[in-house]
Design a protein around this ligand. Structure first.
Ligand code: FAD
Length: 467
């Protein structure tokens, strides 16, 4: 009998792969090991859970564990951590409630995700200093804010103890967010909703580095309008306090806060893969081919732990986003079931809500990076209306569009505005996948009616100006 396909990691990449594999090869076995209790969850919703728009953590679960087991016939084992691979024997070592054991595999998918980086700041271990990556991080922040954390269907995850300790503390008044990435900015909105004074610290000249300075500058102005203190070019040294954080220190600056969120980025979970001789790429994530296969033909990797090929540069890249993980997992599930399916290229297309703004990006917008990839970048930044000029309620959209001078090819774009940005970026993302020129982009037949856009959509206008 063939050994089962084994998947390590029970979220976006892992469960997409397991589901697709069982759908296409119902007669074969798939075993998923997930070290935590949560599976198939949307960490992307955590800022809205802290904000209070999402009531329970269970609301973030797409498919419950029982449904995988009972309806999809996936052998899903939560509370099981894979600690090693023996590639010659084709087994993994698993630590679970029943002890340590070896599990044989025919093919293995590593879908272990990433973890929050914790920079070596003084006082990182003080009460009230948090990161936000894992599901269990969010209820602790909610409890610190004095909010309840109903978890109807879950075993006790130890929240009760933390809640009791936090109940002794006064509700916080001010919060420091360290890092102006998208999670930092989404959390600024969440904390502001609870009437906290928010201080956002960014060591670089601008927040939202992958979105480029043009979009970031608009966001920073908006954050200030919303009452957020934005400290740019300001590297935080650490946190002060006895047991709980009472201030954040950055050079000569000391700001009183009673809560801190460190959003310093993520790093891929590669430890046991690397120890087994699975090759990492230059980005530090697991190197894979177009089918998600590693340097071992029976070992695949997908999602936040793996590299993928950038659609513009053709080079390996690491952009940890949800669709990339879901898509690669699904493709690998199909491949393992006998239908070789490429995992797809990535454009780094991303969008976030920053209070009243929509902010989006795709492709290569950093001109230095474009030059390193062999392009001669040219760009424009335009402001256009989101609706026909006479139709009430239109808002300004800023588009920064980058192209290649020699080939005319579209390289990337950022957009920011109060409406019409989140989905408009997808037009440019599609142009990147089709390797369109700026000229071709500016002549696309896009939908028009006064409530939704001017007759020349802002994307077409940006293309016309740049072409
Ligand atoms: P993960 O979701 O990290 O899952 C990996 C799983 O593997 C985990 O459950 C982990 O417990 C398990 N695991 C790890 N090691 C082992 C082991 N040795 N044995 C067994 N199990 C193991 N992306 C977007 O595109 N848009 C967004 O708006 C967005 N917002 C986000 C907001 C937040 C706060 C966070 C934290 C992330 C956000 N993301 C967003 C990123 C997105 O959540 C990830 O890209 C996606 O979850 C990656 O899926 P994955 O399956 O690769 O990894």
């Amino acid at each position: 009998m063939t050994d089962p396909v084994v998947v390590v990691g029970g979220d976006a990449a892992g469960m997409s792969a397991a589901s697709k594999f069982k759908r296409d090869a119902p007669g074969r076995e798939v075993v998923v090991f997930e070290k935590g209790e949560w599976v198939s969850y949307g960490a992307c919703g955590l800022p809205y859970y802290v904000k209070g728009e999402v009531e329970t953590l269970e609301d973030l679960v797409s498919v419950p564990a029982e449904a995988f087991r009972e309806e999809r016939d996936v052998d899903l084992r939560t509370g099981h951590e894979v600690t090693a691979i023996d590639r010659d024997a084709r087994t993994v070592t698993v630590e679970g409630p029943e002890g340590t054991f070896e599990q044989a595999y025919s093919d293995l998918l590593i879908a272990t995700g990433a973890h929050a980086l914790t920079p070596p700041l003084d006082g990182m271990d003080l009460d009230g200093v948090f990161t936000l990556h894992d599901m269990n991080d969010a209820p602790r922040i909610r409890q610190f804010l004095g909010m309840d954390t109903p978890t109807a269907s879950l075993p006790d995850l130890g929240y009760g103890e933390a809640a009791a300790a936090y109940a002794e503390l006064e509700a916080p008044d001010a919060v420091a967010i360290i890092g102006g990435g998208y999670i930092g900015i989404e959390m600024a909105e969440a904390f502001a909703e609870h009437d906290l004074q928010v201080h956002l610290f960014e060591m670089l000249p601008h927040t939202l580095q992958p979105f480029g300075p043009e979009a970031a500058a608009v966001v920073e102005e908006h954050l200030r309008e919303q009452g957020v203190e934005v400290h740019l070019d300001t590297a935080v040294d650490g946190f002060l306090g006895e047991d709980a954080v009472s201030a954040v220190a950055a050079g000569d600056l000391e700001v009183d806060v009673d809560l801190a969120l460190v959003g310093a980025g993520v790093a891929p979970n590669t430890d046991f893969a690397e120890a087994a001789g699975i090759e990492l790429g230059e980005t530090g994530a697991i190197a894979t081919d177009e089918y998600g296969r590693t340097n071992d033909e029976h070992v695949y990797a997908a999602g936040d732990c793996a590299e993928a090929t950038h659609v513009v540069t053709g080079d390996p890249d690491h952009v940890p986003l949800a669709l990339t993980a879901n898509r690669a997992g699904r493709a690998i599930g199909a491949t393992l079931a006998g239908d070789p399916t490429p995992v797809g290229e990535i454009a780094g297309t991303a969008v976030l809500k920053a209070f009243d703004l929509e902010v989006a990006r795709t492709g290569i917008i950093d001109e230095e990076r474009a030059r390193e990839a062999g392009f001669d970048p040219v760009s424009v930044t335009i402001d256009a209306e989101s609706r026909a000029h006479y139709y009430p309620g239109g808002q300004e959209i800023q588009i920064h569009l980058v192209g290649d001078r020699d080939s005319g090819r579209v390289l990337g774009a950022s957009m920011v505005g109060r409406e019409g940005v989140a989905k408009r970026i997808d037009t440019v993302a599609t142009a990147l996948h089709a390797e369109m020129t700026v000229d071709q982009l500016s002549y696309l037949d896009l939908a028009y009616a006064p409530p939704f856009s001017p007759v020349w959509d802002p994307v077409l206008t940006a293309g016309k100006v740049l072409a």
